[in-house]
Design a protein around this ligand. Structure first.
Ligand code: NAD
Length: 438
């Protein structure tokens, strides 16, 4: 695809997202009552910003990159060409059903690929809108949407692709990786994990609570980078709990079920799963639920047993465990119980500990003195590490991710330095010194 064509296709996408923004908000609302502002901020507007950025820069990104040659290759000019992989498969989850299907599409189009998108079957209204708005403007052999569930996904995975971009659970990520391996297809796996959020005794507690409440309960906690559990220094535990309660009520009022700003759990199965995680736990706030509407209120749990299911799996809902610690060693031993998470958060004013945390623990990304918001900077790579994923995207990285970087050396013919050809006559003493030519 020429760069001009790619730009036109990105412009078409921008027009479609703008035209359908209202319909998208309604569809996501119909799927799990996600508040309109949340849909605009975390789905449509975020995607529009990425599209604008790609349109502005795609020509520059696509240019062959000249790199320095070396003496061994003299005289040559060496370049990296950005070649589209070819046929890309994007499989999306339900929790940010629009953003996570379309954000990777932007990079795939910018890099010149053709794409098949498989949206999540658990958010059927959004899936239908994605199919409609994409099919309306793109030829089917360029970009197509294939709707359906696990069987459709598996069928798609049985074909040979040039790149697979998957967002979803770690468990399904392994299935995708296995399918890709059959054809040696490169993958990006955007997966999940148990994200710790540490609050130490030097943190600005009230502000920390406000930012934690926002990051945890946006999308009703169904966010891959939401804080999963809090580790708080025991000296400020009660103060933090009081502030968390205060900010939950400031955000959603005392009748949270009636608040237009709090989403629902995506379906009955996940609602039931979350309720079962609460069994036997000490709920110190919330816990209200309504099966009719898959409603579960923001819920605080005190000191859950590490062996309980709540602390074994990614919570992915509005339940926030609060666990006290006294020493940094306790933080270390708690965090390292789990595989590398997608995100880690620290609230602290101790610069040395901030740095120590960054240097000590491996995690996909994160924030100091905030939660979730690092996703909104398109210059920060977004992705996991270890069991929370492979690869990262957003901004220019999305373009690079969907491009094969093809190295080409162009040699001149006017001279041919004989050094490398047999018979090898260079004395050993000199051969030991040729590294400067590389
Ligand atoms: P999921 O893994 O159940 O489903 C994701 C997609 O895979 C869906 O389109 C689904 O149809 C398909 N799928 C499901 N089972 C399959 C199978 N056996 N074979 C082939 N395809 C299959 O994930 P989900 O429940 O939709 O999303 C929640 C998970 O996604 C959480 O673990 C969350 O942390 C993670 N997530 C990660 C990111 C990220 O950017 N890293 C973003 C959002 C969600």
């Amino acid at each position: 695809m020429s760069v001009t064509y790619r730009k036109q296709m990105l412009e078409a996408l921008r027009r479609q997202v703008s035209k359908y923004e209202e319909v998208i908000c309604e569809a996501v609302y119909a799927d799990f009552k996600k508040p309109r502002f949340e849909t605009m901020a975390t789905e449509t507007q975020l995607v529009l910003a990425e599209i604008d950025h790609a349109i502005k820069n795609v020509r520059q990104w696509s240019r062959p990159e000249q790199v320095r040659s070396n003496w061994l290759n003299f005289p040559s000019s060496d370049r990296i060409y950005k070649e589209p992989y070819g046929k890309v498969l994007i499989i999306a989850p339900w929790n940010y059903p629009f953003q996570l299907a379309i954000a990777p599409l932007i990079g795939a189009i910018a890099a010149g690929n053709t794409v098949v998108i498989k949206p999540s079957e658990l958010t059927p209204n959004t899936s239908a809108v994605i199919a409609k708005m994409i099919m309306e403007v793109y030829p089917e052999d360029y970009i197509a949407v294939v709707e359906g569930g696990v069987e459709v996904s598996q069928k798609l995975l049985s074909f040979q692709w040039d790149y697979i971009f998957f967002t979803g659970s770690t468990q399904v990520g392994k299935i995708v990786y296995e399918s890709a391996a059959k054809h040696l297809t490169p993958v990006t796996l955007e997966l999940g994990g148990k994200n710790p959020c540490i609050v130490d005794e030097t943190a600005k507690i009230d502000l920390a609570a406000k930012r934690i409440v926002w990051g945890k309960f946006i999308n009703a906690g169904q966010t891959c980078i939401a804080p999963d559990y809090i580790l708080v220094h025991s000296s400020v535990k009660q103060q933090l709990i009081d502030s968390l309660k205060k900010h939950i009520e400031k955000s959603y009022g005392s009748q949270i079920e009636a608040s237009p700003d709090f989403a629902r759990i995506v379906n009955e199965r996940h609602h039931q799963r979350l309720l079962s995680l609460l069994e036997g736990q000490e709920v110190i706030y919330g816990g209200a639920n309504n099966k009719e509407d898959n409603y579960l209120s923001p819920t605080l749990v005190l000191e859950p047993d590490v062996e309980s299911n709540l602390m074994k799996e990614e919570i992915f809902g509005p339940i926030l465990p609060v666990i006290a610690y006294d020493t940094e060693e306790e933080i270390q031993s708690y965090i390292t119980r789990y595989n590398k998470p997608l995100a880690t958060y620290l609230f602290s004013t101790r610069k040395r500990y901030q740095q120590k945390l960054i240097n000590t623990f491996s995690f996909g990304g994160g924030a100091i003195n905030d939660t979730v918001i690092h996703i909104a900077n398109k210059d920060l790579p977004f992705g996991g590490v270890g069991s929370s994923g492979i690869g990262a995207y957003h901004g220019k990285l999305s373009f690079d991710l969907f491009s094969h970087h093809k190295s080409v050396l162009k040699k001149a013919n006017w001279i041919d330095i004989p050094l490398r050809y047999p018979p090898y006559t260079l004395p050993k003493k000199l051969a030991k010194k040729i590294k400067w030519m590389f």
